[in-house]
Each structure stands twice: as structure tokens, then as C-alpha cells.
Ligand binder design. Sequence first.
Ligand code: AMP
Ligand code: ZN
Length: 468
Amino acid sequence: MILYNTLGNKKGEFIPHTEGKVNMYTCGPTVYHYAHIGNLRTYIMEDVLEKYLRYAGYDVKRVMNITDVGHLSSDADTGEDKMLAGAKREHKSVLEIADFYTKAFFEDCKKLNIKTPDVIEPATQCIPEFIQMVDTLLKKGYAYEAGGNVYFDTSKLDEYYVFGNQNQDDLEVGVREDVSEDENKRNKTDFVLWFTKSKFDDQELKWESPWGYGYPGWHIECSAISIKHNGEYLDLHCGGVDNAFPHHTNEIAQSEAYLGHKWCSNWFHVTHLLDARGKMSKSKGGFLTVSLLEEKGYNPLVYRMFCLQSHYRKPLTFSFENLDNTATAYNKLLKKVSALSPQGEPSTEEAKPFIDTFKKNMDNDLNTSLGITSIYDVLKAKISDSTKLYLINDFDKVLGLDLVNQAKEMAEKAKSSIDTAKVEELIKKRTEARAKKDWATADIIRDELNAMNIVIKDTPDGITWSVK
Ligand code: AMP
Ligand code: ZN
């Protein structure tokens, strides 16, 4: 598979450390609020990537953290702790907030058909691992204590800006020119590994450590959790593009300093979902959630399809008008799928060229919009309905649009709004008329059924009917 790798900023062959096996890590949500549909764009695209790797035959282990401590309102270690802010907003404890929004996040994932990772690890469950890692970094001379906190010393690295594409905006978010923001830092790019004192003092959750009673910095959690579950070599690290700097840059710095060798070979970053105000973000407020889309009558899978129609490295602008277009396309697809009447076995010979094309496109840096085109191509093709259904199920293992089940549900819903007894009575009368060769009556009844949007099909098992 060819994937774009932010490390090196180019497309290249994806080669895992151990043949056939993929160790994959995903930065999980900061659970101080509902995930917005921008966050979920990232998780949807990561889910498709994971599913495609499995489809391509890899044995994937996917690990995700839950940030329930340590993420300050600026990604550059300044401001208030996001979890604490959430707890204050709702007059609850940090753990109550974390528990509530973690559940809400996985409920949203379920609605969007995002697979649950193999390992989910809240940061608060890994304090001993963080302490051990910080301790090793201090012993190796990569960290220093100052003003009660422990900092990573970026001047000890040969290379810090590993992704090499930080723009001015990134730098402004990630690195404050004004070092006096935190006068303990020796270099402006240094970051906190462990907090005890200073102005970040009103933390609700604290733990004993060799450096005093305190709490971990945000970046350390992903390195420690990944190394704990994925081991010393990571094949694929994912996140939204805002995570690349400083979060992922800092993860690389501390992981490689700790391990003493290269750590993660491929970085997969999803570009932001935008709205009329720019990047959708939790801190700006006024963001959209899956529940809100549902309240407005959208099937969450329409949003999944909306994301898949665009490439993960392109900015995607959300509007209800665009979502409506996708909803129309999705419903049309469901109708076409529900109109299939498979008989007999699918043909592998018929299926092969379609599978080859699907793989070719997905192998090319996860081209999901062409992945969806494959479904349309199958539906249009002159192949049996059995093969069509087989292929749709096959591609949907990766795309996750739940087409066959949703099509069935749609057909059943349409059927339940129809006067079934009347339809069956009419079909019976039509059959009797045809048996008597009374074609005129049979035609009148067919027209009547037509007017009710009923389609009848003569099959070897008798007459079946569905709603148009
Ligand atoms: P957070 O809960 O803020 O830690 O973010 C969870 C994930 O969503 C991270 O991978 C972020 O990079 C990503 N993310 C944040 N905002 C957006 C956005 N507007 N579009 C796409 N991904 C985003
Ligand atoms: Zn992370």
C-alpha cells in the first residue's frame, strides 16, 4: 500500500516493522466535552485505514488513549487543564466528566460504524508508566527539573522539527516566542513531562512521584501508552493534522530519547473539517455533534459517507447543503441495493476486476472517494445480482456504510407504511385474473399497484413485492 507519510512529507510504500503485522496508535479524544464532527472526521478516516489494512491481510493491533488528564487549553503547555475546565463548567468531578464523555464518544463511534480499538487506555490508568519514562529521561540527561516541574530538554536532540513542515501558525500555537509564559523552560521548545507546582497548580487529580505530588504533561501519555501496548516499534501513528506539532513532534522526541532508537515509521494525519468559521474546534464552541445531526433527521452514516467522498488530506468544508446532497446519494444507493434479488452463487470471475480496481484505488493513499465509486460501478455493471451483493458486502467491510442492512431496514420501513393486506389482496386478484387469461383486469390491478409504488417480481418461489 502507498501511504502519504508526514515524516518525510511524501507518499511511500507502507512497510511494517514485522511482516504482516501492523502496530497502530491513535491519539484518542480529550474527554471534557462531546466529540464534534471534525474530531470524528479524523476517527472515521483512521477507521477506514485500519479496516483497509485488515482487508489487505495485515494483522492489526490498534491502541487508543483517552486523555482524561494533562491536556492544557493551549497545546503548548499553557492555560488551564481542559478536563478541569470541563468539570468546572458542569459542576462535576474530573472523573465524572471523563466517564460521561468517554461513553458519549464511543456511542458516537458506534453510530458512525467506527470499530472499537483493540486497546483503549485512559491516561489516568498509566501513571506508573509515565513516571518510569520521565525518570529514565532524567537519568539519560534528556530532561531537567525546574521550578518543581520536569521538562524535556529539546536542545539535547540532533533534530527536533522532525516533520519539517511547521508553518508560522503551527509555531505560534506550539511554541510561544514569549518564554516568560513559563520561565522555567531553558529553551522555548522545551515541554513539560511532569507538573507539580507553578501556576498550573489547581489540578484536581494528582499523584505521588519522585518529583513531588503532581500530574503528567499531555505528550508523555501517548508515548508511554503506545510503548506499553505496541512495543518499541510503531508502524503507524494517527491523528488530526493539528496534532503533528507540537504533540507528535514531542512524542517522537521523548520516545526516541527514551528508547535510544527510531520509534514510529509512518505518520498519518487527517486534515481538518472546516465550517463557515474555519477549523471546527471544541474550544470555539458552537460545534456540531452526531446527536445534533440525528436531531435534524440525518442518519449518522450519511456523515460517514460525506467524509469518505473526500480525500483525508484535503480540507473538508461542512455545510448542511453538502450533507443533504450526500443524504440523497446515500438513499439512492440504498434503494439500488434493496432492489437486488440475488439468486445462486456469486461469480469470482465476474468479481475479480472490480476487486482489483477497488484495491488499486485504496492502495493509492486511501482513495476513499474512488472506493465509493467502485460501489456505483458494481451496481451499474452487467453481472449477476449475487455477484453485485457479494462485492458490495466486500467493499463495505472497509467503507463501513452498512449498505445491505440499511437497505433492508429502509425497505422494511417503506413496507410497514403500506397497507400490506390490500397489496396482497390485489396480487391475489391479479394472479387469478392472469390464470383466467383476463389480461385487461390484470393490467388494471398492476397499474393500481404501481400507483401505490409497489413493484412486483415473479420469482421461482412465487410473487414477491417491494416498495419503489
Ligand atoms: P481532541 O479531543 O481535541 O484531543 O481531538 C481528537 C482528535 O480530533 C485529534 O486527532 C485532533 O487532531 C482531531 N481534530 C480536532 N479538530 C479537528 C477538526 N476540525 N477536523 C478534523 N480533526 C480534528
Ligand atoms: Zn497523542
